[in-house]
Design a binder for this molecule. Structure first.
Ligand code: FE
Ligand code: FE
Ligand code: ZN
Length: 276
């Protein structure tokens, strides 16, 4: 099964996202758990969840991926900012239990002059606080572009976090093709080599999702500007190799390209046309 979808607005609830996905022939999707800047989350309605779960099972949907607000910083030097990240993510994980068995992705954070070791300490502490024994959601660390003091621009940093998380079986990694390109991993000319490196450092069994994006910037730019499919430095041929790679092809792929619903629909059709 080719699981392909895109980022959708959560404003109208789960069933509306399911219908939007169906309208563009997607069978997975990503959404923000709340306003991307943080803020309070809308109440979840059980009837909406039930309608979505029915639609998803009737249409053989794959796993949906929640994305934490991207402004959360669990490794800030400011204790109140760390607390806000921890409390928000803990609340998100409770809410994800309404749709059990899915995934929740977050950016490790930026250590801002404290150094990567201190940043990793804070991220580990947060995860050990918020993960709980009987949760049914898999929490994913996203590979980052290494912009500024971002943690997660190197596979080694993600590995160092996971090594110290007590409930590590609740964890996984989401690989963002734009971010790894910008971080300096050459998925255009050496996808096999990058995956071998991921396997050596983290282990491919931990890779649970792919953010499929082109990048406006060249290899190693440490920028993080997403481009539409085939509209950037990665290109369609390299992205086609990603979706067809034997070690990746069964993972769910989520587009986060600069698009509205119609543009996403065209990209999904294009990617299906190059899927082997
Ligand atoms: Fe992200
Ligand atoms: Fe991403
Ligand atoms: Zn990004």
């Amino acid at each position: 099964m080719f699981y392909i979808g895109c980022h959708l607005s959560a404003a109208d609830g789960f069933e509306a996202m399911g219908k939007a996905a169906l309208s563009i022939k997607a069978n997975v999707f990503q959404f923000f758990t709340r306003n991307p800047r943080g803020g309070s989350a809308k109440a979840i309605k059980q009837a909406d969840v039930d309608a979505f779960l029915k639609l998803a099972s009737e249409n053989n949907f794959g796993k949906i991926l929640a994305h934490a607000p991207y402004t959360l910083n669990g490794c800030s030097a400011d204790a109140s900012i760390r607390k806000f990240a921890r409390d928000t993510m803990a609340d998100d994980l409770q809410r994800m239990e309404y749709v059990p068995g899915n995934m929740y992705n977050f950016h490790p954070g930026s250590h801002v002059q404290q150094g990567v070791d201190v940043g990793i300490d804070f991220i580990v502490e947060m995860l050990n606080d918020i993960l709980f024994e009987n949760q049914r959601t898999t929490v994913l660390l996203e590979t980052m572009a290494g912009k500024g003091s971002e943690v997660g621009g190197k596979f080694e940093e993600l590995k160092r976090i996971m090594d110290r998380v007590k409930l590590v079986d609740k964890m996984g990694v989401c690989l963002d093709t734009c971010h790894v390109n910008d971080a300096g991993y050459d998925i255009v000319n050496d996808l096999d080599g990058v995956l071998a490196e991921f396997d050596r450092v983290i282990g491919l069994k931990w890779l649970k999702a792919i953010h499929l994006n082109d990048s406006m910037n060249p290899l190693g730019a440490h920028k993080d500007r997403h481009a539409v499919i085939d509209g950037g430095k990665i290109g369609l041929d390299a992205l086609a190799r990603v979706i067809n790679h034997p070690q990746l092809r069964d993972l769910p792929f989520y587009l986060e390209t600069p698009n509205e619903l119609e543009g996403y629909g065209k990209e999904i059709a294009l990617l299906k046309s190059v899927r082997k």
